[in-house]
Design a protein around this ligand. Structure first.
Ligand SMILES: Cc1cc2nc3c(=O)[nH]c(=O)nc-3n(C[C@H](O)[C@H](O)[C@H](O)COP(=O)(O)O)c2cc1C
Length: 361
């Protein structure tokens, strides 16, 4: 019997989604010793899913997606939930309270979420100071976005993102992601702001410790924008792409009343087809040495396998953790391992196997 689905989730789901999130957070922070005492309960024990990114060997391909630990409070505990890496943030140059509430909705019939949080976080400096004295239990990436204020536009976006990068570049990070695709900010995605090339150029110049940079893309991007982003990624030799962020789509949702939620990014299973398509397109266009972190609606081994076959080297999850609780990471890994065995493939052989681009390797 699953304790989370039968007992904990029904209680959490009675609460306002943000309050439930805060409570889960508190439990993970204050209950790290309980999680540690559970030993390896949530940790996938096999060695067959080890994967190497940016010179680090990860124990399995499943990481925590951005947004769950916006301020870096959970880095000492995440290992006990089975994650092999995590993306902290998004952090922004200035601390910000985010958009007005309500701004987070559950879509139970779709196992999805819509969030319009608007990049609430404590700010780059504060998060950086906290992380500097934390013990990372797993490799940690950080995502930077622009401060979500109407006056942070044009030139100010550039200054703001640089400020964040300067605040965190000395930390022992796995990578830094540039979140240029958040649908919940005042002026929409930075992808379209034309300032991105300058931001990457300057960050690259100041990246003397050579932290791998990755771009987080939007599943709502049209082909032209995807091509533009990959071109940019190639010219600045970025290390990879997160495919991808939440979507403004409300297509095919079953939860009643959802059409009334106008603002916000959709996550969870309804996002999967869009994210998978993005992943396939990016795999076709990217350089061989750039990796894809697949993200969007991954809730079981089959989803994970689909993203890997579409070109992802590692994966990230958020919404399935909310719906399935801490056993989800191990479950996904166990099912993925079975699928690979069934098809007589190593994880490394499955990456991008569904793509026609495989012929170029
Ligand atoms: C409540 C919430 C907050 C999020 N905040 C961020 C964020 O700050 N930065 C970011 O890059 N992505 C953010 N995301 C997007 C996730 O990282 C991920 O791309 C998206 O949820 C799709 O994955 P999933 O279907 O597994 O949830 C957020 C997602 C949710 C649900």
């Amino acid at each position: 019997m699953c304790i989370y689905s039968n007992f904990i989730r029904p209680i959490l789901f009675q609460l306002d989604p943000e309050k439930a999130h805060a409570l889960a957070h508190k439990f993970i922070v204050n209950g790290t010793s309980i999680l540690a005492a559970l030993g390896n309960k949530f940790i996938y024990p096999g060695k067959d899913l080890q994967v190497s990114i940016f010179g680090n060997i990860l124990s399995n391909p499943i990481g925590l997606a951005a947004g769950f630990d916006k301020n870096g409070d959970l880095v000492e505990a995440l290992k006990y939930l089975g994650f092999s890496f995590a993306e902290i943030g998004s952090i922004t140059g200035q601390g910000h309270e985010g958009n007005p509430k309500p701004r987070l909705w559950r879509l139970p019939a779709d196992e999805g979420l819509i969030n319009w949080l608007g990049l609430n976080n404590e700010g780059a400096l504060k998060v950086s100071q906290k992380l500097a004295v934390s013990n990372f239990s797993i490799p940690i990436g950080i995502t930077i976005a622009k401060t979500n204020k109407p006056n942070v536009t044009g030139e100010a976006i550039y200054e703001d993102m640089l400020l964040s990068f300067r605040a965190i570049r000395h930390l022992p990070l796995l990578y830094v992601a540039l979140n240029v695709s958040c649908p919940n900010t005042h002026d929409g995605v930075v992808e379209e702001a034309g300032i991105l090339a300058r931001v990457i150029e300057q960050i690259s110049k100041e990246n003397t410790v050579q932290l791998p940079l990755v771009l987080k893309l939007s599943p709502d991007s049209n082909d032209e924008l995807i091509e533009k982003m990959i071109q940019l990624g190639k010219s600045f030799s970025v290390a990879g792409y997160v495919c991808g962020n939440t979507s403004t789509s409300r297509e095919g949702l079953k939860t009643s009343g959802v059409k009334n939620i106008k603002n916000g990014g959709l996550s969870g299973p309804p996002l999967k087809p869009l994210a998978l398509t993005l992943c396939r397109k990016v795999y076709e266009l990217k350089e061989n040495n750039q990796i894809i972190m697949g993200c969007g609606g991954i809730r079981n081994g089959q989803d994970a396998y689909d993203f890997i076959r579409a070109g992802s080297t590692v994966l990230q999850i958020y919404t399935s953790l909310v719906y399935q609780g801490p056993s989800v990471v191990r479950k996904i890994n166990e099912e993925l391992s079975q699928l690979l065995k069934r098809d007589n493939l190593l994880l490394s052989q499955a990456i991008g196997i569904d793509s026609t681009a495989i012929s170029r390797q």
